[in-house]
Design a protein around this ligand. Structure first.
Ligand SMILES: Nc1ncnc2c1ncn2[C@@H]1O[C@H](COP(=O)(O)OP(=O)(O)OP(=O)(O)O)[C@@H](O)[C@H]1O
Length: 221
C-alpha cells in the first residue's frame, strides 16, 4: 500500500433549493501511512465534508477515493464496513458514545464486532492509557466532556487501526481538557503506525501535525 488515503479530483455536490451546491470542488490529497495531517480552513470551507468522503461516510459525486489502498467510492455498505472494521476509526466533536453502555462497554463492543481477540483486556488497557481505569463502569452521562472524549479516543485506538479520522475532537472541550485529548491523540497514534487525519479550528492543535492542509471554498489551497 503506497498511501493510507488518496483522493483524486473529488467533487461533492448537494441539491439545494437554489440549485446544485458544490461543497468539494476537485480535491486531491494523498496521505502516507504513519503520518499526521491537519485540515484547517474557515467555517464552511468543506473540512467536515472532506473527512466524511475520505472516511467513506459520504459518497463523492465525482472522483476517486482510496482507503488503505482500496477504491471505496463504489463499494456497498457491507463491503465498506468490512474494509473499515478495526482498521479505520473516527473521533467526533460530539463524542458519539452509546449512552446506555458503560465506558468499558463503549470501548469493548466495537472490538468484539471487529472479531478481535482479548477484547476485555484491550478495553481495560486502553481505558487505563487514557487515564480512566477508575471510571470504567461509569456511563457517559456520569462523565465530563473531556472524560467522554477520552473514552472515544480509547474506543478509536483500541483496535490498533491503520487510520484515525478526528473531526474537531477538542471542539466541545475547554482548553485544558482539549489539550489533554490532543496529547493522547498525537502521542498514542505516534506510538504505533497509525495515520491521523484531524480537522480543527485550533492553530496550536494543527501545528502538532506533520503536515497542514488548508481548505478554502471547497478546494485545497
Ligand atoms: N447535506 C448538505 N446539503 C447542502 N449543503 C451542505 C450539506 N452538508 C454540508 N453542506 C454545506 O457544505 C459547506 C461545507 O460544509 P462543511 O461542514 O464541510 O464545512 P466545514 O469547513 O467543516 O465547516 P465548520 O468549520 O463550520 O464545521 C457548507 O456551506 C455547508 O452548508
Amino acid at each position: 500500500m503506497t498511501h493510507a488515503l488518496e483522493l483524486k479530483d473529488v467533487w461533492l455536490t448537494f441539491p439545494t433549493a437554489e440549485g446544485p451546491l458544490d461543497v468539494l470542488k476537485g480535491v486531491s490529497l494523498a496521505v502516507e501511512p504513519g503520518g499526521s495531517v491537519a485540515i484547517v480552513g474557515p467555517s464552511g470551507s468543506g473540512k467536515s465534508s472532506l473527512i466524511s468522503v475520505a472516511a467513506g461516510l459520504e459518497k463523492p459525486s465525482r472522483g476517486e477515493v482510496s482507503l488503505l489502498g482500496e477504491r471505496i467510492e463504489s463499494l456497498g455498505e457491507d463491503q465498506l464496513a468490512r474494509l473499515r472494521r478495526g482498521r479505520v476509526s473516527m473521533v467526533f466533536q460530539s463524542f458519539h458514545l452509546l449512552e446506555t453502555m458503560t465506558a468499558f462497554d463503549n470501548v469493548r463492543t466495537p472490538l468484539e464486532i471487529a472479531g478481535l481477540d482479548r477484547v476485555s483486556a484491550r478495553a481495560n488497557d486502553w481505558l487505563d492509557r487514557v487515564g480512566l481505569s477508575r471510571r470504567r463502569l461509569h456511563y457517559p452521562g456520569q462523565l465530563s466532556g473531556g472524560e467522554r472524549q477520552r473514552v472515544a479516543v480509547a474506543r478509536a485506538l483500541s483496535s490498533d487501526p491503520a487510520l484515525v479520522f478526528a473531526d474537531e475532537p477538542t471542539g466541545n472541550l475547554d482548553a485544558e481538557s482539549g489539550r489533554g485529548v490532543a496529547d493522547l491523540l498525537f502521542d498514542l497514534t505516534n506510538e504505533g503506525s497509525t495515520t491521523l487525519v484531524i480537522v480543527t479550528h485550533d492553530d496550536e492543535l494543527a501545528a502538532r501535525a506533520a503536515r497542514i492542509v488548508h481548505m478554502r471554498d471547497g478546494r485545497i489551497v
